[in-house]
Design a protein around this ligand. Structure first.
Ligand code: FPP
Length: 254
């Protein structure tokens, strides 16, 4: 199966023979873990691991876009990550700004929407400014939606939804009987997006770490020992292949 994309406009892009193009996940979510351990193994500072992690982000975003995946959500900074040393937090924020400035043109010209989920109002102003600029300029694109989860926590997402819902009930915009699962979903940061079909976690940890708690009800999990800076597009293909072999029943019988 061949597909043409601007990313490599000289050649048409050949999707792996094994991947079933008609059964691709619509939404892939990734917990980008293992940067610190990757750096430690190499006697490098943790920030070198994060910097290497950004290279992986570049490769994986491009690959998802080429494959025609509609949503990619990357867990870049959790509500708990503020507990890290201030130097590391600052380095992550700096990398975010560098990434947005450095990648904007390429992402925009490849039709990517640069979106964020989470309480970004607590991020440094320069990050907020770059995120807003990137979103405003790309929001009318029609390709991959890149969701950067920043100051994101699954519980915070739900608390935030509760607060908005409560206000709408209080001011009569909503009635109790309007409350349904779909309505709750529409109050989350991921409103309007399908739930993740697959959640990928590299680095050997087997937990969700407060990521997309409501949205993951029927997500397939794919875990591996590869640390995020070593994660390549071949690993993404493998995750999708494995996903395609799963029998998703959503509580029913097939
Ligand atoms: C987890 O690895 C990774 C993070 C908390 C940050 C992920 C951020 C990036 C890859 C780069 C910045 C983001 C953007 C969007 C440019 P860890 O440090 O917890 O690894 P460890 O468990 O091995 O210590």
């Amino acid at each position: 199966m061949w597909k043409l994309f601007k990313w490599n406009s000289k050649d048409s892009y050949k999707i792996s023979d094994e991947l079933d193009i008609d059964n691709l996940p619509r939404h892939i979510a990734i917990i980008m873990d293992g940067n610190g351990r990757w750096a430690k193994e190499k006697n490098l500072p943790r920030t070198a691991g994060h910097r290497a992690g950004v290279e992986t982000i570049r490769e994986i975003v491009k690959e998802c876009s080429k494959l025609g995946i509609k949503y990619l959500t990357l867990y870049a900074f959790s509500t708990e990550n503020w507990k890290r040393p201030i130097e590391e937090v600052n380095a992550l924020m700096k990398l975010l700004v560098e990434y947005l400035r450095g990648e904007f043109e390429e992402l925009n010209s490849n039709n990517v929407i640069i979106n964020s989920i989470g309480d970004t109002s607590k991020l440094p102003l320069v990050c907020q400014k770059e995120l807003k600029y990137a979103y405003d300029k790309t929001k009318n694109n029609t390709g991959l939606v890149l969701n950067l989860a920043l100051n994101y926590g699954g519980r915070d997402d739900i608390v935030n939804a509760f607060k908005k819902l409560y206000k709408d009930l209080k001011y009569g915009k909503l009635k109790e009987e309007d409350i349904s699962e779909d309505l709750v979903s529409s109050y989350l940061y991921t409103a309007g997006m399908p739930d993740p079909d697959i959640i990928i976690r590299p680095s050997g940890e087997q937990r969700l770490s407060n990521f997309l708690l409501w949205q993951c009800a029927y997500s397939e999990f794919w875990m591996s020992n590869i640390k995020w800076p070593d994660f390549r597009k071949e690993h993404l293909h493998q995750a999708i292949l494995d996903y395609q072999k799963r029998n998703r029943r959503f509580g029913g019988i097939k």
